[in-house]
Design a binder for this molecule. Structure first.
Ligand SMILES: CC(=O)N[C@H]1[C@@H](OP(=O)(O)OP(=O)(O)OC[C@H]2O[C@@H](n3ccc(=O)[nH]c3=O)[C@H](O)[C@@H]2O)O[C@H](CO)[C@@H](O)[C@@H]1O
Ligand SMILES: C=C(OP(=O)(O)O)C(=O)O
Length: 428
């Protein structure tokens, strides 16, 4: 077990290249199950979620080869092996195995997913969609059993706008007989990316990226080549780092339109930020104005950037408020930021931040992926050394974070935890 060490306080400068999107990758990889010949995905991020999904596809009988950041998956020999436990519990996106396996094999057994603990994360809308397509779905001892004689297209209205449910229903519906209409669908860029892959495989999908998606089921899906979109949350994290401690940070391989809500807020605060086709240039400003943010579904401010953004707000002069309308309990990073000197209180779904404060290095624990990102940013801003445990969460979503930050001039390194430290962490 390793911990992350950061000696903060120095300005960062240079170029950082963003990797492929985690939330696309974790759907694109299961989507390959639906093909009848090899699929190549280019530009995958080097993160643990991708590694685990690769191993899961191998357990299902797929042949997986990786060359640099490209992966080729031959799904032709896969079987619908039950996966009630084990690796599926390690990540949220293992729920996409349900839609993909139901689409191809008309049956699947998948344990309820893991992923970040952000309060309740039900999957009732996924199940509602599968049932509407004709599947029988039961929950037995923490695993979801799905079976259908045949899948039939249906009209499905999502009661909650859900990224996961939209993609999962799409995965099953591309192999259903007839037409499926998903209403009140999520519009995140990752949904368009998955629809693009499926279309390249031979699926018929219209309207991905709008709130009504129309799918005409097909009999066969073939292999193809697909290039993943850049990770807007990783890009947003480096842009926030540039705003917090940057002396000219160029974030490369980004689609700025995916981050309009973040860029607009940073400008409102007085951050100097310029964007071109695929790059964003950002510099820190000594005095920043406080702002309020409210997380919303895309194209609103992403919940996944709320925690990293909170660290930046400790630097502003005055009071800022962060309200998370998607995950009302996504505030486990706040206690850790307080240990670093931040003045923040949580009231219901909101965190109220008073600044400016000068953060101080401390021993802190990442409870989830973006809590980890917020602590990395705080560590870079702080005087002295910050030690972050819970690195396994950060490794779920940030490819080569130490190398990328070192490239910008940060003093950051991984260190093996002593047995004593390991025990302390495990005992809470
Ligand atoms: C792997 C992946 O892509 N993860 C992202 C995805 O998670 P995920 O797909 O799990 O998130 P959803 O978009 O489904 O969740 C949005 C909201 O709907 C609720 N809900 C969702 C499904 C359901 O069946 N019932 C229900 O009530 C959730 O509790 C949450 O409050 O979108 C989230 C919201 O942008 C991001 O934080 C995650 O990074
Ligand atoms: C919440 C997140 O991930 P997951 O849904 O995979 O847990 C995230 O990426 O911030």
């Amino acid at each position: 077990m390793e911990k992350l060490m950061i000696a903060g306080g120095s300005p960062l400068k240079g170029t950082v290249r963003v990797s492929g999107a985690k939330n696309s990758a974790v759907a694109l990889i299961p989507a390959t199950i639906l093909a009848e010949s090899p699929v190549t995905i280019e530009g995958l991020p080097d993160i643990s979620d991708v590694q685990i999904l690769k191993e899961i596809l191998e357990e299902l009988g797929g042949t997986v080869s990786i060359s640099d950041s490209d992966i080729t998956i031959d799904p032709s020999s896969m079987i619908s092996m039950p996966m009630p436990n084990g690796k599926v519990k390690k990540l949220r996106a293992s729920y996409y195995l349900m839609g993909a396996m139901l689409g191809r094999f008309k049956k699947a057994v998948i344990g309820l997913p893991g992923g970040c603990h952000l309060g309740p994360r039900p999957i009732d809308q996924h199940i509602k969609g599968f049932e509407a397509l004709g599947a029988q779905v039961t929950n037995e001892q923490g695993a979801i059993y799905l079976r259908a004689d045949e899948l039939r297209g249906a009209r499905i209205y999502l009661d909650v706008v859900s990224v996961g449910a939209t993609i999962n229903i799409m995965l099953a519906a591309v192999r259903a007989k007839g037409k499926t209409i998903i209403e009140n669908a999520a519009k995140e860029p990752e949904i368009i990316d998955v629809a693009t892959l499926l279309t390249n495989m031979g699926a018929k999908i219209k309207g991905a990226g709008t709130d009504v998606i129309r799918i005409e089921g097909v009999e066969h899906l073939n292999g193809c080549r697909h290039t993943i979109i850049p990770d807007r949350i990783e890009a947003g994290t480096y842009i926030i780092i540039g705003a917090a401690v940057g002396d000219g940070v160029l974030v490369d391989n980004v689609i700025p339109q995916h981050l309009e809500s973040l860029i607009a807020k940073l400008r409102e605060m007085g951050v100097s930020i310029e964007s071109s086709d695929e790059q964003v240039f950002v510099s820190s400003n000594r005095s920043l104005k406080p702002v309020d943010i409210k997380t919303l579904v895309y194209p609103g401010f992403p919940t996944d950037l709320q925690q990293p953004f909170t660290s930046l707000l400790t630097k502003t002069t005055g009071t800022s408020m962060v309200t998370d309308t998607i995950y009302g309990a996504r505030f486990k990073h706040i206690d850790e930021l307080r240990r670093m000197n931040a003045t923040i209180k949580v009231e219901g779904r909101s965190a109220i931040i008073n600044g400016p404060v000068h953060l101080q290095g401390a021993k802190v624990k990442a409870s989830d992926l973006r809590a980890g990102a917020s602590l990395v940013i705080a560590g870079l801003m702080a005087d002295g050394v910050t030690e972050i445990t819970g690195l396994e969460h950060i490794d779920r979503g940030y490819s080569h974070i130490v190398e990328k930050l070192t490239g910008l001039g940060a003093t950051i390194w991984r260190e093996k935890m002593t047995e004593e430290e390991y025990e302390q962490i495990n005992n809470g």
